[in-house]
Design a protein around this ligand. Sequence first.
Ligand SMILES: *Cc1c(COP(=O)(O)O)cnc(C)c1O
Length: 424
Amino acid sequence: MSNGHYIFEGHDTVDLAQKYGTPLYVVSQDKIARSVNTIRAAFATHGITDYRINYAGKAFLNIAMCKIADKLDLDLDVVSGGELYTALAAGFDPKRITFHGSNKSWQEMKEALGAGVGTITIDSITEIDILNEAAKQLGIMQKVHLRLSPGVEASTHEYVQTGRVDSKFGIPISMSTRAARRVIDCSNLNLQGLHCHIGSQIYSPKPFEIAANAMIETVYNIKEMGVELSELNLGGGFGINYLQDEPGIDVDTTIGTMASVINDQVSQLGIKMPKIIVEPGRYIIGPAGITLYTVGIVKEIPFIRKYVSVDGGMTDNPRPALYGAVHNAALANKYDMEKNDLVTISGKCCETDTLIKDILLPAVELGDIVVVFNTGAYNYAMSSNYNRICRPSVVLLSGDKDELIVKRDTYEQIARNDVVASWL
Ligand SMILES: *Cc1c(COP(=O)(O)O)cnc(C)c1O
């Protein structure tokens, strides 16, 4: 029985809103598993058996999510001491963690080395000697990858190929052999692979093809220097479908394209087939999450606009404010009713925090439940306490079960780091 309610993965979202309160993030473990299976199926179809999927934790990370990644046999990417701490607190095997970051602190390097993370991805020439020194101090031989910028930058609808990559991330591919030499000469670093990550929200296989090609060539160049690399990480960036009428990336074609480039090049250049790694974040968690809000004030400015204010906003979903991102929404309690009310959904922050501009919904009233789709990635992860608003809780669904995995903030937590200077 749906009562005209929006049912998400078998769960009545109006019931969830009542049970847990709003605003509320809802995450489906089954959907996460299906996305992972799509990627696995693509690797299988295209004959790549030696591969790993690293979940890019920055998209959505907490202890429960680490456990889910583990259950699904995903490896984990972390980009900060805090993410590493979370993974370790979840009992995640450090050997299956990759530590990224374009400006790792000395402290973070030591934490990662000390924890025994499997791979550290070196992001710059400068980092090489610093990391080596840290490893030496701890008496550790650390497996590393070099992050390269392969001269293709991709975003949602287009990609550009540039000779010189203007980015804070990675070592320009033109400097790759120099960087590799420097790592090889380090006493405590063991260069085993290369990494690239060419952008986010990519829909086309083409930029992945160009990147794979350039990266394999670099594997060959490094082999010529006497070191045969065994791993190639082609990054994340698989785009998802934020609006129903936009296509997400075709994962099968994309991995198929990567696979054929890699297979061709490997046999042409006579190199050993490396283990292929991908590290999607958004593709795995984005569609698995929704946000539920309750409608408060509805303000009609005659002939101009009807504002529908919900009980969250840029504090739980900063993407529209930050990137001009678009999301789709519906009324969860009037899901089967005709949509004839053109409204703008805004948040409750003291800021013009428009969540969705001009969307058709059924006639909106105070107390209605708004569901915003595809909010699993970069929502909770980027949430804030702006206006001293409590961040929402997160409920996990699995089959017919629902349980909290992140509690709602309390006012006490919001003020917990405040201290009073002695003269006040
Ligand atoms: C952000 C990031 C990812 C994940 O990107 P998505 O677009 O979420 O797939 C993967 N790898 C690195 C190094 C990143 O910085």
